[in-house]
Ligand binder design. Structure first.
Ligand code: NDP
Length: 281
């Protein structure tokens, strides 16, 4: 069999178009502040892509760029300023930060009301409580949107998540539970990973190892969501060997063009939601 490709690029484009129309009706545009510290080439590309996507839908994006030698105090001072500035609706701190900076401290300084990445502990807690007042982290939110695009009943399906990071693995596990899936969270110490994965109706691969997931990990007719972005000398690779998924699964997301564009679309959506929440009559 040949699995269907879930076209994240196309789904994200439709979301961006719909946001653009809604934003064009506002009197003032939503605004996002991006903080970039250091010169990690991948981070610089991500930030450029985010800025471009913001401009395309009518969100004002302003990047605050610092050298890798920036102090924690400089970052905290800027965040405090941005928290207090009423015309900034969202604040995004591009990770990773330079090694000498305490990332947790920085992320916790962002006002939960402007935390469009959903990384503040308050928003993490609200997500657990299924509160609509949280910001759902962009990648997990985008993954659930991709699953919804299939118009399948997810209730009772076995979902296996590979990875337990705060950014992807844990929040997506939570969201899958909210979809009434039976969720298994796996990590680098998990035993018999391939057997667990072969029981998965939905497999979320978020481990960051190029083409780690091969045929032996894939249940026939499964839905495979490949979150991995691995830069190899010749190309960008996902965590899943696409050919094996195409041969075995029912649906698979490609890399690039799957989860990545959805992450950016969800950032735009969260910034728009932040604007609406801050401008409630
Ligand atoms: P982390 O490095 O923070 O987490 C990786 C997780 O995978 C950890 O929980 C780790 O386990 C687990 N893991 C590592 N090796 C194995 C293994 N051999 N078997 C089972 N589990 C393993 O990564 P992130 O969650 O931040 O990102 C994961 C991937 O997703 C990366 O490739 C990243 O680039 C990509 N990504 C893509 C995004 C997108 O928009 N498409 C957005 C964010 C990330 P342990 O906890 O035990 O160490």
């Amino acid at each position: 069999m040949t699995a269907k490709i879930i076209n994240g690029k196309e789904i994200a484009k439709n979301i961006r178009q719909s946001l653009k129309e809604k934003i064009s009706l506002l009197k003032t545009p939503p605004a996002l502040a991006v903080i970039l510290a250091g010169s990690d080439p991948a981070s610089e590309i991500y930030v450029k892509n985010k800025e471009k996507a913001c401009h395309e839908v009518g969100i004002t994006a302003r990047t605050h760029k610092f050298p890798a030698t920036v102090s924690e105090k400089e970052l905290l001072d800027l965040i405090n300023d941005l928290n207090r500035t009423p015309d900034i609706n969202g604040i995004l701190v591009q990770l990773p930060l330079p090694a000498h900076i305490n990332s947790e401290k920085i992320l916790q300084a962002v006002s939960p009301a402007k935390d469009v990445d959903g990384f503040h502990p308050l928003n993490t807690g609200l997500l657990q409580q299924k509160s609509p007042d949280t910001f759902i982290p962009c990648t997990p939110k985008g993954i659930i949107r991709l699953l919804h695009s299939l118009s399948l009943d997810l209730t009772g399906l076995n979902a296996v998540v590979i990875g337990r990071s705060q950014i992807v693995g844990l929040p997506v596990s939570n969201l899958l539970l909210q979809e009434n899936c039976t969720v298994t969270v796996t990590h680098s110490k998990t035993q018999n990973l391939s057997a667990l994965c072969r029981s998965a109706d939905i497999l979320i691969a978020a481990l960051g190892k190029p083409e780690f997931i091969t045929k032996e990990y894939i249940k026939p007719s499964a839905i495979i969501i490949d979150v991995g972005i691995n830069r190899t000398p010749n190309s960008l690779k996902g965590d899943v060997r696409l050919k094996d998924a195409l041969d075995t699964a029912a649906y698979v997301t490609p890399v690039p063009g799957g989860v990545g564009p959805m992450t950016i679309a969800m950032l735009l959506e969260n910034t728009f939601e932040a604007f609406l929440k801050q401008n409630r009559p």
